[in-house]
Design a binder for this molecule. Structure first.
Ligand code: AMP
Length: 283
């Protein structure tokens, strides 16, 4: 496995790869969710390039950029064991050298949900993902459904800019107790960690209501909030019942809904989501 930082080194290593390439962008501190993306990329391509970069432009001021968990040596070992060909770990000098002034922006679906709570976040994401695409030049790129709006935004950007890359969306991986895996779970104290699965449980409860015929979005939202509030450590930021493609809030659920939330537990901001479809065979 080649570990490269500079763009020129990446270009040389990339050119040496024959056949198809799958890209897995990450911010590191890897867990089984990340590794599920790597495994899928490995199955579907001749080679896998993974990137590890904590992109400052997608963090708001005062967010957790400086404290974001990092363990590069462990990450390298996991990626080596998973059969990754190249790991690209650019730094801020590589990505945003002095004089940097170009941005990629998706204008509409970025204003909703996470975008409404985190102004500028998706502009940072779409800019860095474009740069990772241009550096790695993959055939396919793998993203997790954990970040539901991110996959919608990146799919939109890829279509709009005619980028010659297939976006592959991978299922959300959970801990045994239902907590969505996230590098940020490392921030949780033991009692917060014990409380955190309530996010997934509240979503499952709403899915069950949908299965039982409930279609009123406000009722579903209230049900989720009621469950979240039964746990004193949770502080819900938003709970959304939206259309999975447009991300617009629904009044009445028709054949599909994206149930999503951001919840603070102490200082830690966790997100979670589930998609419900009337016909499970629909994509
Ligand atoms: P991050 O390092 O948090 O930026 O995540 C890198 C990629 O891994 C993104 O495409 C995430 O959506 C994906 N990912 C993170 N957590 C999970 C999870 N629990 N299940 C599936 N994919 C995930």
């Amino acid at each position: 496995m080649k570990i490269v930082t500079e763009l020129a080194e990446l270009r040389v290593a990339r050119r040496a790869l024959d056949g198809s390439v799958g890209l897995v962008p990450t911010m590191g501190y890897l867990h089984a969710g990340h590794l599920s993306l790597v495994e899928r990329a490995k199955r579907e391509n001749d080679h896998v390039i993974a990137t590890i970069y904590v992109n400052p432009t997608q963090f708001e001021p005062d967010a957790d950029l400086d404290s974001y968990p990092r363990d590069l040596e462990r990450d390298f070992q996991l990626l080596r064991d998973a059969g990754v060909a190249i790991v690209w770990t650019p730094n801020d000098q590589v990505m945003y050298p002095a004089g940097y002034q170009t941005w990629v922006e998706v204008t509409e679906i970025t204003q909703l949900l996470e975008g409404a709570q985190r102004p500028g976040h998706f502009k940072g994401v779409t800019t860095i993902v474009t740069k990772l695409f241009n550096g790695a030049q993959p055939d396919r790129a793998y993203f997790g459904q954990k970040d539901a709006q991110q996959v919608a935004v990146i799919s939109q950007m890829t279509r709009d800019l005619m980028l010659p890359i297939d976006i592959v969306i991978c299922p959300l991986v959970r801990e045994a107790d239902g907590l969505a895996m996230s590098s940020r779970n490392a921030y949780l104290t033991p009692s917060q960690r014990q409380a955190a699965p309530i996010l997934g449980h509240s979503l499952s409860a709403a899915i069950e209501q949908l299965e039982n015929g409930e279609r009123n979005a406000a009722a579903l939202q209230q049900h989720i909030l009621q469950i979240l509030r039964s746990e004193p450590l949770t502080d819900p930021e938003y709970v959304s019942i939206a259309h999975p493609d447009t991300l617009l809030e629904l009044e009445t659920v028709a054949d599909a809904a994206l149930l999503s939330m951001a919840v603070r537990i102490g200082k830690t901001r966790l997100i979670d989501n589930m998609i419900w479809r009337a016909n499970e065979n629909d994509l």
